[in-house]
Write a protein that binds this ligand. Structure first.
Ligand SMILES: [Zn+2]
Length: 207
């Protein structure tokens, strides 16, 4: 290798290193920028890391690890608490009935309160598992409880959406399948009621 070649190679190496260093600095500055909202949100650790970087212009590898980790976590925020969803049609059922069974769920109105527990229906009352609540016309599901009952929130929302769309139709479909009235839990025996999937008194109240 000639002197000129060696010189050219050294120059190329140098500029490659410089480019690498620039990339590293850019990435670190970008991570600090992404960490700022976390610090503004009251995270003391993030505030301390940014403060040290701005004062000293330097952080240890371990600290950079945390900067990137916290910034990445901020980019993919943890699941937000379940929002309450307005379900006026579902809520209206409990102006007339204290309980309602439909699609594998059982709704149980708390006496004298504007509160309805949403439960996974079971063969026996004590098999019923709490999944969420309907309060002030809004449904809130308890994620952990839903998991504990071996259901997914999507499944529960699907059933609730079905009822909300058309409570009477949902009650009738449930009654035809189960042979019981959704509104009063009585067995449907009269052929007309079996066909309708709901008892005559409850049909009138629901209509
Ligand atoms: Zn009934």
């Amino acid at each position: 290798m000639t002197y000129a070649e060696r010189k050219a190679r050294r120059a190329a190496n140098r500029s490659a290193h410089q480019a690498e260093a620039r990339t590293e600095i850019n990435e670190r500055d970008a991570a600090i920028e992404r960490l700022k909202p976390v610090a503004d949100g009251g995270n003391n650790f993030a505030q301390s890391l940014i403060g040290q970087y701005e004062r000293k212009g330097y952080l240890s590898d371990k600290q950079w690890h945390w900067v990137k980790k916290l910034a990445d976590e901020a980019k993919a925020p943890k699941a937000a608490p379940a929002p309450a969803t307005n379900t006026p049609n579902l809520a209206a059922i409990f102006d007339k009935f204290a309980g309602f069974a439909c699609g594998g769920l059982y709704f149980s109105k708390k006496n004298g309160a504007d509160l309805v527990w949403i439960l996974k229906d079971g063969d026996m009352h004590y098999d019923r598992m709490l999944l969420g609540k309907l309060e002030g016309g809004k449904v809130t599901l308890f994620g952990r409880k839903v998991e504990g009952a071996r259901m997914t929130t999507e499944e529960v929302w699907t059933i609730i959406a079905d009822i909300e769309r058309d409570p009477l139709a949902a009650a009738q479909a449930h009654g035809r399948l189960s042979g019981r009235c959704s509104c009063c839990s009585r067995e449907l025996t009269d052929p007309v009621s079996v066909e309708r999937g709901i008892g005559p008194v409850c049909l009138e109240k629901m209509s």
